[in-house]
Design a protein around this ligand. Structure first.
Ligand code: SIN
Ligand code: FE2
Length: 218
């Protein structure tokens, strides 16, 4: 697939919704109108809290480098997965959740049927060609009544959308620049992941993909 056809697909789908479950949906292109405000705020975040490879509780280096903003940040080390108020690398609080990030998360959640969502954590993952994220559940948050709001920027990915059990068959859902996936309620603990990223080029992000997942963690 070349850059032109990817760009065409992204724009062809914009404004549509792809239903993933009774309480899970992809809002196609929803973030596009926010990107001009998100982008400079993201640069500030990564200058204060750079992307880093964390270590799993089993001692493996994670292939996806990450950072966070918000009053809580998702953290992993040999002691386990958890949320922390401070960046373990700098010892300082994670950068605050910028207003345009908050606006996008609230608006997308409301559009997906979760009005009143106010995230306190945003995990930021960076993918390059070949990077993948294996199937997992987001379950380190305190209250599962709040949804997950996941924003895709840059080159496309194939989102693996599984079931309630690890062994359930996973659907392959393409995600493009500007797409926002929201899952909550009955779908909140669905297994999900990202297939290895293919080589392609995006005008804003080059060969990279960046994903934000907004959560209410505390
Ligand atoms: C995640 O599950 O944390 C990220 C999902 C994605 O990158 O689309
Ligand atoms: Fe996740």
């Amino acid at each position: 697939m070349n850059t032109i056809s990817l760009f065409d697909q992204e724009n062809f789908l914009a404004g549509t919704e792809t239903r993933l479950g009774s309480q899970a949906v992809v809002l196609r292109g929803f973030a596009q109108a926010y990107v001009a405000d998100l982008w400079p705020a993201l640069q500030t975040i990564i200058s204060e809290a750079p992307f880093r490879h964390m270590v799993t509780p089993g001692g493996q280096r994670m292939s996806v480098p990450l950072t966070n903003c918000g009053s809580l940040g998702w953290t992993s080390d040999t002691r386990g997965y958890r949320y922390t108020s401070n960046d373990p690398d700098s010892g300082r609080p994670w950068p605050t959740l910028p207003a345009p990030f908050m606006r996008l998360a609230c608006d997308a959640a409301a559009q997906a049927g979760f009005a009143g969502f106010t995230p306190d954590a945003c995990l930021i993952n960076r993918y390059r060609p070949g990077t993948r994220l294996s199937l997992h559940q987001d379950k380190n948050e305190r209250d599962f009544s709040f949804p997950i709001v996941s924003v895709s920027l840059g080159v496309p990915a194939v989102f693996l959308w599984g079931g309630q059990r690890r062994g359930d068959r996973a659907e392959r859902v393409p995600l493009f620049h500007g797409d926002v996936a929201v899952w909550g309620g009955a779908d909140r603990l669905r297994f999900h992941g990202v297939a290895p990223i293919k080589e392609s080029t995006h005008p804003l992000l080059g060969t990279e993909r960046i994903n934000f997942t907004f959560r209410r963690a505390g």
